[in-house]
Each structure stands twice: as structure tokens, then as C-alpha cells.
Design a protein around this ligand. Structure first.
Ligand SMILES: Nc1ncnc2c1ncn2[C@@H]1O[C@H](COP(=O)(O)OP(=O)(O)OP(=O)(O)O)[C@@H](O)[C@H]1O
Ligand SMILES: [Mg+2]
Length: 222
């Protein structure tokens, strides 16, 4: 389980998060909306323990990581009892290795070997997200929407139990949004948990188990 408890985050005098709490259990799909600059990506980084909150507690699989004045930041992330990684992130900036093809970007993560041919399951995922034709291309020769689908495919093909996705459909047309929502819905049905940041009000309506708006540093259920 992933849980954020009363998280605050300030950058100097800028108070971005003012006490945010949420939890994601297997099979959940939380959607977070909010205007540009509201702090959505910041909240995602806190939840993934990629950046330290100013105060509050992040729970990973029930283990609390506490932050605040006078508290010493935790040293690294404790090992989990599960054989599967806890989480993976699709960043708003995507982060594909520019010197590798899309297929290599996937196999390096999923098989830890950029030279390994994609498996049938991996090829089927590319086909499903309509990106088979870019497998041999480098990211800078792909459209933004194709790179977005490749990054989501890579995340879905990991064995991570929770997937945190920051605007994974911002460059997609309606058809590809629907295709992606269906792929996510299927993954959710197998017990994976999702947190998806999305601007588009109609996106992921069919997949969401709860929807929040981040406004004024506070998360409100919609
Ligand atoms: N490392 C940082 N140092 C200083 N300010 C930061 C830092 N990271 C984010 N901010 C500020 O925190 C606020 C929230 O940023 P964040 O990227 O979380 O917004 P967002 O809701 O994801 O916006 P968008 O929808 O445009 O992606 C912004 O005002 C941003 O300038
Ligand atoms: Mg953002």
C-alpha cells in the first residue's frame, strides 16, 4: 500500500502542499486534477519518496517514513517483503534514453538487457497501444504522443505493483486515450494500483475509483 499522511511541501516562501493525505491500495485508480502549478507533480514525487516533504509521513507497504523539523531524514528505502517492485513512475518529462531505440528502452527496463528481443507480451503491448511501428526508432524520431505511449507501455510491462503517472495522455487523441484507459483498466483488474495526474476531465472516468482536485495545496475529493 502507498499512503501519504498530512504532507506539506514548501520551496522557500512558496507553500505548495499544505497537508495532503491519500492512500492507494491494490486495484485503486486515483485521479488527481488541478490547475498548472497546483503541485500535482510535487505530490507525486513525495509519494514516490523521490524528494523529501517538508513534513508529514509517507507509508510504503506499511513502513512509515516521517519528515519534519527536527526529524532526521530516513536513510534509503527499506527492502520490501514482496518480490515485486513497489512502484514505477511515468514522469511528465517521459525520460526515455535518447541513444536507445524504443524497443531497447523497454527491454533494458523489463529484461535488464537492451539487446534482448522483446517478448510476445511486450510486442502485444506495443501493438495494443498502437506503437509497433516505432519499436526500432529512437525517441527523437517519434512524435510526443508516440513517446508517451511508449513510456506508459514500459511502465505497464514492469512488475511494479503501483504505477504513478503524470499526465500520461496529454498529447493523445481521443482514440488513443480510450485505448490507454482500457489497458490501464485491465491492469487495475489484476490488482495493480494507479495514481494518475490528468487535466482532461473526461480522461479515465471509466477507470477511476476516486477523483481529487489539488487546489490551494489541499486535496479535495470530487
Ligand atoms: N524544485 C523546485 N524548486 C522551487 N519551486 C518548485 C520546485 N518544484 C516545483 N516548484 C514550484 O511548485 C509549484 C508546483 O509545481 P508542480 O510541478 O508540482 O505543479 P503541477 O501541478 O504539476 O503543474 P503542471 O500541471 O504545469 O505540470 C510551482 O509553482 C513550481 O514552480
Ligand atoms: Mg506537473
Amino acid at each position: 500500500m502507498l499512503r501519504a499522511e498530512n504532507i506539506t511541501k514548501s520551496y522557500g516562501a512558496l507553500h505548495v502542499l499544505r497537508g495532503c493525505s491519500l492512500s492507494i491500495t491494490p486495484g485503486d485508480c486515483l485521479i488527481v486534477r488541478g490547475r498548472s502549478g497546483a503541485g500535482k507533480s510535487t505530490l507525486l514525487r513525495m509519494l514516490a519518496l523521490m524528494e523529501q516533504p517538508s513534513s508529514g509521513t509517507i507509508h510504503h507497504d506499511g513502513k512509515p517514513y516521517r519528515f519534519g523539523p527536527g526529524l532526521r531524514p530516513p536513510h534509503g528505502i527499506l527492502p520490501s517483503a514482496s518480490p515485486y517492485p513497489l512502484l514505477t513512475v511515468v514522469f511528465q518529462q517521459l525520460y526515455l534514453w535518447p541513444n536507445l531505440t524504443i524497443a531497447e528502452n523497454i527491454s533494458l527496463v523489463t529484461q535488464r538487457n537492451r539487446y534482448a528481443p522483446l517478448t510476445e507480451i511486450e510486442l502485444a503491448m506495443l501493438d495494443r497501444l498502437n506503437i509497433s511501428e516505432i519499436a526500432a526508432k529512437h525517441p527523437h524520431h517519434c512524435s510526443l504522443g508516440q513517446r508517451q505511449r511508449a513510456t506508459v507501455a514500459r511502465a505497464l510491462l514492469t512488475q511494479a505493483r503501483f504505477l504513478l503517472m503524470d499526465e500520461p495522455t496529454s498529447a493523445l487523441d481521443r482514440h488513443n486515450r480510450t485505448v490507454m484507459a482500457a489497458a490501464l483498466s485491465e491492469a487495475r483488474a489484476t490488482g495493480r494500483g494507479f495514481l494518475i495526474i490528468s487535466h482532461d476531465e473526461r480522461d479515465f472516468e471509466s477507470v477511476a475509483t476516486s477523483t481529487f482536485e489539488l487546489d490551494g495545496g489541499v486535496l479535495r475529493p470530487l
